[in-house]
Design a protein around this ligand. Structure first.
Ligand code: O7E
Length: 212
């Protein structure tokens, strides 16, 4: 049984509010990232969080420890409950995010293997397994692993064990189905297949049921 996370990659307050309202009651969390935050500002977090739903900041942070810590301060002051970081900057940069999240009562999720074809250039295979191991050692709350490659997500699950979460993007527009990965993961991340749907609430409901 996997949760449903909406990747709210729309632009502007009105569109974000329209989709979030339509999906009310169907989601376990909303993931926001650059498209929405660059078009509205971080104030959008407080508006979305009014619906009493966790907001996860997907900034795929990749910087030196000090900058990462400063990013955490802003993300959690804005009202987010989680942050997503890259791991390839190394263990000190990763720890700054994990500590920054935990110091603010939030969670940290680590990208290990990405879902798109180009991930196979760097963000997959042995590199992904090393990053998953590092994520576990850092005390992170979970990792990101691809629904588009369920066999790889299964491998990464075996690296981190059962105590950390896996959230998995790639369902819907990128071709994966909830049934492909739900047994390996704690949540599926769905964007376009919900927010571009003529009826986002109905689409979210269907994904939620299929992820159970
Ligand atoms: O393809 P969509 O429209 O369903 O959107 C997928 C979302 O997941 C989108 O926000 C994209 O940035 C994100 N994502 C991937 O698609 N693949 C990855 O490997 C990683 C992410 C991601 O969200 O990373 C952090 C969770």
């Amino acid at each position: 049984m996997a949760e449903l996370l909406l990747a709210l990659d729309v632009k502007g307050r009105e569109e974000a509010a329209r989709v979030a309202l339509a999906c009310e009651g169907e989601l376990d969390a909303i993931k926001i990232g650059y498209p929405l935050v660059l078009s509205t500002g971080l104030g959008i977090v407080k508006e979305l969080a009014k619906a009493n739903i966790p907001i996860i900041a997907d900034f795929k942070v990749a910087d030196i420890p000090n900058t990462n810590a400063l990013i955490c301060e802003e993300v959690f002051a804005a009202g987010c409950s989680g942050i997503i970081t890259h791991a390839f900057c190394g263990s000190d940069s990763l720890l700054a995010i994990v500590d920054g999240a935990h110091d603010h009562g939030g969670s940290a999720f680590v990208v290990c293997e990405m879902s798109h074809p180009g991930a196979l250039d760097f963000l997959s295979g042995a590199n992904a397994e090393r990053m998953a191991k590092m994520a576990k050692e850092s005390g992170a709350d979970g990792i990101i692993a691809p629904a588009t490659r369920p066999d790889r997500t299964a491998v990464l699950r075996s690296v981190i064990g059962g105590s950390m979460k896996i959230y998995s993007p790639g369902v819907g527009a990128q071709g994966a189905q909830p049934e492909d990965v739900k047994k390996y993961v704690d949540g599926i991340i769905v964007g376009r297949a919900i927010y571009e749907s003529a009826d986002p609430g109905k689409a979210a409901h269907e994904f939620r049921v299929r992820a159970l």
